[in-house]
Design a protein around this ligand. Structure first.
Ligand code: OXD
Length: 311
């Protein structure tokens, strides 16, 4: 019987995941990771932000199935071999949440709800200027499942939308900029920047004083990728010099965001605790079980990470 280790440093109640997974995969034995236990001889792992020593303690693991879309934590596992298969969650209800989150942040700025909140506190009845969509070009960094959905929802609300991705492709109503040579042109036409990129050595620190400074004046940042994409001090610098008017951040270099971090007290920044797109339990379990069944049948599941690209 195939042994699968379930290792999630985020799950307070792993049994809530293990029991339905076990029902969906009766031909396997799913065992909860315990930091103190000895190796169980697992062949597969189901993980979310797993402990760093997972693969050192379970060297027989051949494939790791990730309960989220971003696999940056898996790529940092000690003892990761080039032939270990890494499989990520695909959409499973996350893309619509991501689009909803980005749209909410976008509308809050462009429809001036932030200003109406302030006015209400002052008892002030004052219609502000009408929206001009051409003044709010939206740019989405990354056109994977999440980025595409964000770009499409913004386009459906008639904002001018562009996307930046590694490879050129055609997306209805979205101007696509491809490759590093096109990044400056993409940034120069963008005022609302939404980051949905995967975290790789190439994208780490991509949101820095230089790139943020290339955006249109009075720009706004929405970061739903990873905290390590953003150089925190550079965002504050660009807010202080007025080039950016604000930011909505869902992800941070350190999570939970430390209480003494300046972002907490900055009125220009909206903070949420990494909730933009949650892995919904039922959808996630159904998809993961299907991928594992496919793998056990000797086939290649979808969502395998290309190790040359790190996503
Ligand atoms: C993910 C996430 O990668 O929620 O799925 O951050």
């Amino acid at each position: 019987m195939t042994k699968i280790i379930f290792a999630s440093t985020h799950s307070v109640a792993p049994q809530e995941w293990i029991e339905p997974l076990q029902r969906a995969l009766p031909q396997t034995q799913i065992i909860a990771w315990s930091q103190k236990a000895a190796s169980v001889g697992a062949e597969l792992a189901i993980t979310w932000n797993p402990p760093q020593n997972l693969l050192l303690r379970e060297p027989t693991i051949k494939a790791v199935f990730n309960l989220g879309a971003g696999v940056d934590a898996l790529l940092q596992l000690q003892g990761l071999r080039p032939d270990t298969l890494l499989v990520r969650l695909e959409d499973a209800g996350m893309a619509v949440q991501m689009a909803e989150y980005a749209l909410h942040a976008l509308l809050r700025i462009t429809r001036q709800f932030r200003d109406y909140d302030r006015q209400q506190r002052l008892g002030c009845w004052q219609p502000l200027s009408d929206i001009r969509r051409d003044e709010w070009p939206v740019g989405v960094l990354g056109l994977g499942v999440m980025g595409l959905r964000v770009a499409q929802i913004a386009a459906s609300f008639e904002y001018p939308v562009a996307g930046w991705s590694r490879q050129a492709h055609t997306v209805h109503d979205v101007q696509v900029f491809a490759g590093s040579d096109a990044l400056s042109a993409f940034l120069a036409r963008t005022r609302i920047l939404v980051n949905t990129l995967p975290l790789t050595p190439q994208t780490r620190d991509i949101l820095n004083a230089h790139t943020l400074g290339q955006l249109r004046p009075q720009a706004y940042l929405i970061n739903v990728g990873r905290g390590e994409h953003l150089v925190d001090e550079d965002l504050l610098r660009r807010l202080d010099d007025g080039h950016l008017i604000g930011a909505t951040l869902d992800v941070f270099r350190e999570e939970p965001l430390p209480l003494d971090h300046p972002f907490w007290r900055d009125e220009r920044i909206v903070i949420t605790p990494h909730i933009a797109a949650a892995s919904l339990r039922d959808e996630t379990i159904a998809q993961m079980a299907a991928k594992i069944r496919c793998y056990l049948a000797g086939e290649r599941p979808s969502g395998v990470i290309r190790r040359d690209l790190n996503y």
